[in-house]
Ligand binder design. Structure first.
Ligand code: LFR
Length: 492
């Protein structure tokens, strides 16, 4: 039995997952789970990176003491775009900023003064999101940040954690692609563009492809943790990249949603799709495992729901997601809609109030109860998925007959059913631990235990149950879609 360890960091929690592979099936066991709580200091939002590294070591240590010293390899994946800076001696310069920090406000416009938006898109294929690494670095460069001046190396979060473990500095391709700083066709840093934008190129690390060994636990780390010098693999270090590796699809044409804090809806493509439509509709082309491209749309996802729950918990109205969904399922359908991607929902805090404000501004009935608010979020998300899926089909010129939903969001039965109803296509959910599973599959490929991504997906199909949802109430959902479109098109 081969044992592997996957660490998966999301925006609100992280986990260490032990994978056991018997040659055809993969079994997973959660060995460590921890909160990932960003910290506000002086009005800026940061990741508590040393705590996150501490949790990584705790997870490895737990394996040591629980009889799993014989780990074959380790892989790490995290959310995209964020990074740490190292000085010339390899010390971390400051705490990495959270992508929701305000410092990138207005930076897309500033970048466009130096290089046209269309040229940035033509070269990188990456959608315009104010949180992209490009705009984080531009904001530092424009204000003459002393940290940036001192920096010798920039490492994305999973690269940074790998560096702490192994001493190796490299930028894994899938995570680097989220930066909007790569030439998407060559898979290398877009040197000329970065020069025009004043981004120092000396700090960029070598790009390495996923599915290979990055290094080994350093002697210091392995002594500290009582674990041998275990190989550390470059997996698809971007969580979405790992999640898509785990999609258990057997047919050629399908769409997926990697569902968590964000909902990433897309397809796997052989090459970047960069044209007038993808530019206008802001579809992105992220680098994937096996040189594939993830042509997808970022949708705000369960963030809005998580934030509502956080607000209610804070007010002392503590509840569970299950309870909220039960209440919402009894609430009236199609009372009011929001555009989940409206900028007003991007920043943390006061989410129930923001939803009410949106509905009031757009002349709709204002949801009062928790149940009405949750129902409004779920219906709006399902309708936004429909919009993104139909947009994708237009771009591709063919129909996507089935939608796979993977990741923690699969647990939300109401949203999965609403999605099938809205898109009028079958929805298949699972695996729930998609990112960790994809991370483990990439390690199996790197170790030569499975021959290809297709074989890896077969392992996933053999190992994890799926659930299918058939569309229902299609006519009502069609009508609702018409109203949804007219509301989100409203200028307020
Ligand atoms: C999902 C994700 C998305 C990325 C967002 C910010 O966890 O990685 O793919 O757009 O977080 O990094």
């Amino acid at each position: 039995m081969l044992k592997l360890l996957a660490f998966d960091y999301g925006a609100s929690s992280g986990r260490g997952i032990l994978g056991k592979f018997d040659g055809s099936r993969l079994e997973i066991e959660e060995v460590h789970r921890f909160a990932n709580e960003p910290v506000t200091v002086n009005g800026h939002l940061y990741w508590d990176i040393l705590r996150l590294y501490h949790e990584l070591k705790q997870g490895i240590h737990k394996c040591t003491v629980n009889g799993h010293k014989d780990i074959g390899s380790i892989g790490i994946d995290t959310w995209g775009v964020d990074f740490g800076l190292l000085d010339s001696e390899g010390n971390l310069l400051g705490n990495p900023f959270h992508y929701r920090d305000i410092r990138t406000e207005g930076m897309i416009g500033e970048a466009a003064k130096l290089v046209s938006k269309r040229s940035i898109y033509e070269e990188t294929g990456i959608a315009f999101q104010k949180f992209n690494t490009l705009y984080q670095l531009l904001s530092m460069s424009l204000r003459g940040s002393p940290l940036l001046e001192k920096a010798s190396t920039m490492l994305f979060i999973p690269d940074l954690l790998n560096y702490f473990l192994t001493g190796e500095k490299a930028s894994e391709y899938t995570i680097a692609s989220t930066a909007q700083m790569l030439d998407s066709r060559k898979g290398q840093w877009a040197g000329d563009m970065l020069k025009k934008l004043g981004i120092p190129q000396g700090i960029l690390a070598n790009i390495i492809k996923p599915g290979a060994q990055l290094g080994k636990l350093s002697t210091m780390v392995s002594t500290e943790l009582g674990m041998g010098r275990v190989p550390v693999m470059a997996v698809a270090e971007h969580d979405t990249g790992s999640a898509v590796v785990s999609v258990p699809a057997s047919q050629d044409r399908y769409a997926y949603i990697s569902s968590g804090t964000w909902s990433l809806l897309g397809v796997e493509a052989a090459a970047p799709v960069i044209n007038d439509d993808t530019y206008r509709l802001n579809y992105t082309n992220e680098g994937g495992f096996n040189n594939s491209i993830r042509l997808l749309k970022n949708i705000m996802g369960l963030w809005i729901y998580q934030e509502c729950k956080r607000a209610w918990d804070k007010e002392g109205e503590s509840t569970s997601f299950d309870q909220l969904e039960q209440e919402a399922s009894k609430s009236t359908a199609f009372l009011s809609f929001i555009d989940p991607d409206d900028d007003m929902f991007y920043n943390p805090g006061g989410m129930p109030g923001k939803i009410r404000e949106y509905c009031s501004k757009t002349g709709q009935r204002v949801p009062e109860t928790r149940a009405e608010i949750v129902r409004c979020i779920m219906e709006s998300l399902a309708l936004k998925y429909k919009m993104a899926l139909y947009g994708l089909e237009n771009i591709l010129g063919y129909t996507l007959p089935v939608l796979h939903i993977v990741g923690g969001g699969c647990k939300n039965v109401m949203l999965s059913q609403f999605t099938a109803n809205a898109i009028d296509r079958p929805v298949i959910t699972g695996p729930t631990e998609a990112t960790a599973v994809g991370n483990l599959v990439a390690q199996l490929v790197a170790l030569g235990e499975v021959g290809s991504l297709a074989e890896g997906r077969e392992v996933v199909r053999n190992s994890f149950p799926c659930r299918a949802y058939a569309p229902a109430d299609v006519r009502q959902w069609d009508e609702a879609y018409g109203r949804f479109i007219s509301i989100i098109d409203k200028q307020y």
